[in-house]
Design a protein. Structure first.
Length: 293
């Protein structure tokens, strides 16, 4: 249980898009979906055409998307993954409003099947990503099933919030100009792409370290203090999406020159560093020597 059951989360503005599409089963996405997740948004390319079983149209979605139904309390968020992702927006916005002057929140879209974005198609085959031109985080919660089924990650409640927090970190990088200062310069262990991703991991950890301070309009904390087991689970999620782990499982070999997100150990380290020490350490991945990442 991650959310305070009594918290009022009805103020979230998340929307669902893609309803009526044919959803590919998580078991059918495979490693290629994870690779598309990592490479696509970084390179600005829609890779969903390479993926088998994606989603196809079927019905008209409301303009702007539909509300996330039955998402009123923290208990709803604990019981339903769509609501859990939607409700996390409230705690994330509250945290970043306190730490970024002139903060403007991103839109959060819960993807049901597939929906179009300025960065390509968002679908359960591609996984969570942030689209800078849209200033929107797109998350298909079936990605968490993929992590469980394909990679053996438990992908529990807090691990899911880590992934949402990571994508929120990219929005912070966009609105604060970090993405302009460290533009895409290719792949590799010392690339800007890896540095940007590790900072987003640090941002997610810093938020989780302080997330119980964000409260609903009645003063009830949205989220409960994480347990040691939940933190371990979040670290396991960071480990799962490391470049070396994905490459090892997909091809049996590791090529550091193609890294885009950092190794499993790096991703765990920067999440834990942010969690333990807060935002003060999160500028370091951008300037650290390659051997210190």
């Amino acid at each position: 249980m991650t959310f305070n059951p009594d918290a009022d989360v009805s103020g979230n503005t998340a929307r669902r898009r893609g309803r009526g599409a044919v959803v590919a089963g998580a078991g059918g996405v495979g490693l290629l979906g994870i690779i598309a997740l990592i490479a696509g948004p970084l390179l600005g390319i829609d890779l969903t055409g390479l993926l088998g079983g994606g989603a196809t149209g079927g019905g008209t979605e409301p303009e702007g998307g539909s509300v996330i139904e039955n998402c009123l309390t923290g208990e709803d968020a604990n019981e339903n993954v769509d609501c859990r992702v939607a409700a996390s927006q409230l705690a994330l916005d509250g945290y970043w409003e306190d730490h970024v002057e002139g903060y403007r929140p991103p839109q959060l879209i819960i993807v049901d099947g597939a929906t179009s974005t300025s960065c390509g198609t968002a679908s359960n085959a591609v996984g969570p990503f942030y689209c800078p031109p849209d200033e929107t985080v797109f998350i298909d919660p079936t990605f968490f099933d993929l992590m469980q089924q394909q990679f053996g990650a438990s992908a529990g409640d807090l691990a899911q919030l880590y992934i949402v927090g990571h994508e929120w970190g990219h929005h912070i990088q966009y609105i604060t100009g970090v993405m302009d200062q460290y533009p895409n310069n290719g792949t590799g262990p010392d690339s800007n792409g890896v540095r940007i991703e590790l900072q987003a991991d640090c941002y997610a950890g810093a938020w989780i370290g302080q997330m119980t301070k964000e409260k609903d309009p009645d003063g009830v904390p949205y989220l409960l203090e994480p347990t040691e087991a939940e933190i371990t689970d979040a670290l396991n999620a960071a480990n799962t999406v490391g470049d070396d782990n994905i490459q090892e499982q997909s091809s049996g070999s590791v090529n550091p020159e193609s890294f885009t997100h950092g190794t499993s150990e790096q991703r765990k380290y920067w999440f834990a560093n942010g969690y333990q020490n807060g935002l003060d350490v999160c500028a370091e991945p951008l300037t650290a020597a390659a051997g210190d990442l």
